[in-house]
Design a protein around this ligand. Structure first.
Ligand code: GUN
Ligand code: FE
Length: 430
């Protein structure tokens, strides 16, 4: 690919608290990797072709670390429900549709187009119990060029008759899926027990064996609501807490990422486990507002050095853009501070860090516009006001609050432009 130079207003996280902002700076990229980021171009690159984005912003692409691919079709529906009513009334019936491969093909092609449109170029996806639908999603992800984790979802109890697997069948299908779908650099496999209440001890034990045998990480829901945390403890009294189930049954033994959605009521046990196993907690502010699960104590967890990312949790969440979760995480942290004495809100720079660096930590050298990182990036347009002076930080904040996919002018993965409609047309052909 050779060397490419991009010029624009570069915004990336320096740390959890601080943005790095370079006015009309340069990013030098060679073979998809960033060689240099600076406010004036080094002499050695002076002769290279420069793509000048003017006053547009260049930012890292977003990571959506908790999303349910099959729930794409139920965005914005059933939002009056609490978690369990929403699962039983909307989600399980809807997910059971994926026994139909044509349905899966149609929805998953649109889903991937939408991820690209909204600039989520690294994703971690829940699926369903249907082998063929999971296979379609895996192949679409490979074809798309996105960075992703996915696999086959497990549930063998406390689920409706029309949407549940028998324990040994669930394990057999999972192992077959693992054997037939190699992890590669971009699309990787992960174990997906839905959550403790829908997974038997024998199922957890079997998945624990796969974690070790195939060296896989795990993606699940953890202490999402008080009712869920209580139910998990009742079902697994020998574990004493939701997080301890995954530890005891061996699901944290692989080297892949341990990704836990929501983590709204972590006890000291969950905090120890998250730390010890380098777990990533995924904050999904739209979703936990919609199903009234609660609000993740982000600033407390960040103070304790725990890793945090953002997720849309569509269809618990209703909107595909992670940038809006940056705004929402900031908003609802203010409500938590308002109602809860001693809690400290987060700021936009913190939430931006979670959406880029936090989520990017599940992948390799992704999440910053910085030397050594992959050039997975977005070019953001039309957020600077011409009528009065707006700072670059203001432009980023405004994009998170009022921007949408129309303001994402261009998208790069590994230094290559990616076009949502071109990818969609390709997916329809495979
Ligand atoms: N817990 C178990 N399944 C789900 C799901 O599909 N969405 C959310 N938000 N929580 C869950
Ligand atoms: Fe979820």
């Amino acid at each position: 690919m050779g060397i490419k130079v991009y010029k624009g207003n570069i915004i990336s996280s320096k740390s959890y608290d601080e943005l790095s902002v370079i006015n009309r700076g340069y990013v030098v990229v060679e073979d998809g990797k960033i060689l240099e980021v600076s406010d004036s171009l080094s002499d050695e690159y002076a002769g290279e072709d420069i793509k000048d984005y003017g006053d547009k912003l260049i930012i890292p692409a977003f990571s959506d670390l908790h999303m349910h691919a099959p729930q794409y079709t139920q965005r914005g529906i059933g939002m009056d429900c609490l978690l369990f009513d929403w699962l039983n009334g909307y989600t399980f019936p809807q997910e059971s549709n994926y026994k139909d491969n044509e349905y899966a093909r149609a929805v998953y092609a649109r889903l991937i187009r939408d991820f690209i449109r909204h600039g989520s170029l690294q994703v971690n996806l829940f699926t369903t119990i249907h082998y063929d639908a999971c296979d379609i999603l895996y192949r679409y992800l490979k074809e798309s060029g996105l960075y992703a984790y996915t696999g086959l979802t497990n549930m063998d109890m406390n689920s409706p008759d029309y949407y549940v697997d028998e324990t040994e069948e669930s394990l057999r299908k999972t192992e077959e899926f693992i054997i037939n779908h190699n992890s590669d650099d971009k699309v990787k496999l992960i174990l997906i027990p839905r959550f403790a209440p829908t997974c038997s001890k024998r199922l957890m034990e079997g998945l624990g064996e796969f974690a070790k045998k195939y060296d896989l990480g795990v993606h699940t829901h953890l202490v999402e609501s008080r009712a869920e945390a209580d139910w998990s403890r009742e079902l697994y009294p020998e574990c004493g807490s939701d997080g301890a189930i995954y530890e005891k049954y061996g699901l944290l033994q692989g080297s892949g990422p341990k990704i836990f959605a929501h983590v709204i009521f972590p006890t000291e046990v969950e905090e120890r486990i998250l730390k010890e196993y380098n777990g990533i907690s995924v904050h999904c502010p739209d979703a936990t507002s919609n199903v009234t699960a609660g609000i993740m104590p982000v600033s407390d967890m960040a103070d304790k050095g725990l890793k945090i990312a953002l997720g849309t949790d569509v269809g618990g969440g209703h909107f595909m853009g992670i940038y809006r979760q940056i705004a929402r995480a900031t908003q609802i942290s203010k409500m938590k501070e308002f109602y809860e004495e001693g809690y400290r809100r987060i700021r936009l720079a913190n939430a931006f860090y979670l959406a880029t660096v936090g989520g990017g930590s599940a992948f390799d050298r992704i999440g910053k516009i910085e030397k050594g990182y992959r050039f997975n990036a977005l070019v953001i347009d039309n957020m600077l006001d011409e009528e009065y002076m707006t700072s670059l930080e203001d432009a980023l904040e405004r994009f998170c609050y009022i921007g949408d996919d129309r303001n994402i002018y261009e998208r790069y993965i590994d230094g290559k432009l990616i076009d949502p409609d071109e990818v969609y047309e390709r997916l329809l052909k495979i």
